[in-house]
Design a protein around this ligand. Sequence first.
Ligand code: ZN
Length: 373
Amino acid sequence: MQYCKICIQTDTRPGISFSEDGICSACDYRSKKFPKIDWTERQKQLQEIVDWAKENSRGGYDCVIGISGGKDSTFQALYAKEQLRLNVLLVNVAPDNITEVGRQNLENLVQKGFDLVSFRPNPIVMSNLTRKSFYEYGNPVKPSEYPLYAVPYQTAMMYKAPLIIWGENVAITLGVTKLGISGDALNVLGHNTLEGIETKDYWLQDVLTLTDLLPYKFPDVSELKKNHRAIYLNYYVREWGWKNNTDFSVARGLEGRVDRPELTARIGPYNSVDGDIQIVNQMIKYYKLGFGFVTDEVCYYIREGLMSRNEAINLAKKYDGKCGDQYIDEFCKYINITVEEFWTNIDKHVNKKLFYKDISSKWVPKFEVGEDF
Ligand SMILES: [Zn+2]
């Protein structure tokens, strides 16, 4: 396992690439390409897209934005409304077991003056798919990510809104290079976490039918391209960033989690506030890839010049891999398995090159955070 020399991203992240001098693609972008970007030119390109959207708005709405009510979507929605002067239709795909603070944040955003389409995928289907994905991939959130992307596209087509605005292209922020650094979001099918969306047979095993999967299905991209465009805002807008979006949204009423990092394995209180399943998923990710959400978080901080690499290493050491028992209990209840069955399945997915089981049957890292292994 190799660590980036600037941040502490590892080469175990799917899709990541490293330069010969040991710099990850996200840091390479931030240190070399980002300072040279002509933002006036990017704003011009964005304005052209906005003008196009207004001219081609056949149903009244210029654009659709899929939102959770979190820091990024609050910034996105208000930027589109206030700066770009677009007539925005918001779409929220509600997660199962939404948190109270998640509900408040969504309400806070809508109260700024938006129309909102609220979509709730069938919870029985979602729970089935989640269980399947947990066992097969060791990834309980994969199914819930499909409707987050698919439903805003479906809604844009339904309401004839020409533009779909997404937040960040992860090729830029995480360095998942195969997506390509571009503002065009119709390449989203190349997104790693969405791979397999067309392998219907797999998801259709057991009790599910094709119609159960409608919210999980992307519209045909060639069909979409006839009347729609989709963009990543972070490609066009200089101020997009972890700190900027957080400060902006908190100033406009965004609320954070109150639970502690020892339980949530995240430092900032403003990440994935609408559901707890992400906390479980990040713990599993830690056992699979050797890093969890704190690593992701501190890498953003390092690149934005807010944290030293040493400080980042200490935080990742301290919190990555943690997960409060209550979140595991809640998750097990949700997919109808016992806590024992949960851990038996985790055992299967742990990366045994990176972890060993100690005498108390706990998985312990063989590696030291920040040191190539
Ligand atoms: Zn890096």
